[in-house]
Write a protein that binds this ligand. Structure first.
Ligand code: GLY
Length: 353
């Protein structure tokens, strides 16, 4: 799960592109990428996303953050993905509310929208917040009005299929449905892979041929959430973070855990301290594991053997092109594209069974 070794020439090119002396401890340097090879990493639903991002950075010199925003737009517009954009599962009132954010490495600027309704491409709105305002976060109706003012069209994001799933969930809900997971483990839809109440999301971190970074995360959030709930995806440092001198990271899965751990910031800081991207992701997941406890309000946070019972995955790419991903358990994959093409690779696992 690492990029090929770089030549000395490539190392010099990386340094010339802004890899400041001292950005990594000397122990962290050896696995450099092929000179000038772009990299994009994403959740497994992002194979087309990373392909697009790398193509746009390579052929059109698009900045990484914009390449990531464009790339995730493919999934935002896909009605078959139940965790993002059109066709994302709604809140408990049947409203699809979206969270998205992006961050630009070279300017260390960011933008986000949270709990926005009726807008197909919230990540593009987040990019506008970043580029056209001095704010970072816009929420709910303010975010929606900002999008409409900038020419986005109102779109009904609840599909016939997700409306049926929501109605099925509603017919089963108990009086107190605030806790996760539901007692009822039967999935509301066979596409949801056995999860009673799934999280999804897409994250994309991108590294340009010149060595600059950008990232984006976009989601419809926790299915059937309480109206107004926002997850980690629109929160800088939680669902995404990048530092142009170090690397870029993001999260998918249980947003509350990425928020409570400051997960994406932690991954980047671990890379700063010398971890490889995969080691940094594993470190953040183990930290989350330490923070979960029996008796938590979202009990059961832990299985009987003290492993976390919820899913969370981190993705990271380092300034030198090394990349990696780690997940709590199971056999998940992540998507990556670079000079060698696009593919799915296995995530490292923090808490194997
Ligand atoms: N990670 C997405 C969410 O929890 O909303």
């Amino acid at each position: 799960m690492s990029s090929p070794v770089i030549s000395r020439r490539g190392l010099i090119k990386c340094a010339g592109a802004g890899l400041a002396a001292g950005a990594f401890p000397s122990s962290a340097v050896p696995n450099f990428r092929s000179a000038g090879s772009p990299v994009a990493i994403s959740s497994a639903n992002g194979l087309a996303t990373v392909t697009h991002a790398v193509q746009r950075m390579t052929e059109d010199n698009l900045r990484p953050v914009s390449a990531a925003v464009e790339g995730v737009g493919i999934v935002e517009a896909d009605p078959a993905d139940r965790s993002v954009g059109l066709g994302g599962l709604p809140d408990e009132d049947g409203k699809v509310t979206l969270d998205a954010a992006c961050m630009d490495g070279p300017t260390h600027n960011a933008g986000s929208v949270a709990a926005i309704q009726d807008i197909l491409h919230p990540a593009q709105v987040a990019e506008l917040v970043m580029d056209r305002t001095d704010h970072v976060n816009l929420v709910a109706d303010g975010a929606r009005r900002f999008a409409l003012d900038h020419g986005f069209e109102a779109t009904d994001l609840l599909t016939e299929s997700t409306r049926k799933i929501w109605l099925k969930w509603r017919s089963r809900r108990t009086d107190d449905d605030r806790l996760w997971p539901l007692d009822d483990k039967e999935p509301v839809d066979s596409a949801l892979q056995g999860e009673a109440r799934p999280w999804g999301t897409i994250h994309c971190s991108a590294l340009s041929p010149e060595g600059s970074l950008g990232c984006c995360t976009t989601t419809s959030g926790l299915a059937f959430k309480i109206p107004g709930r926002i997850g980690d995806s629109p929160l800088i440092g939680c669902g995404l973070y990048c530092d142009d001198g170090i690397g870029s990271a993001g999260a998918t899965g249980r947003g509350e855990a990425a928020i409570l751990s400051g997960g994406s910031w932690l991954v980047v800081e671990r890379m700063r301290a010398g971890d490889t991207p995969e080691e940094a992701c594993l470190h953040a997941l183990r930290r989350v594991g330490e923070q979960a406890y029996k008796g938590s309000k979202w009990q059961p946070a832990l299985w009987e053997d003290d492993r976390p019972s919820f899913g969370l995955t981190f993705y990271a790419v380092r300034k030198d092109g090394l990349y990696g991903s780690a997940s709590m358990f199971g056999k998940p994959k992540f998507a990556v594209a670079d000079g060698a093409g696009a593919r799915l690779e296995n995530c490292a696992i923090a808490f194997p069974s």
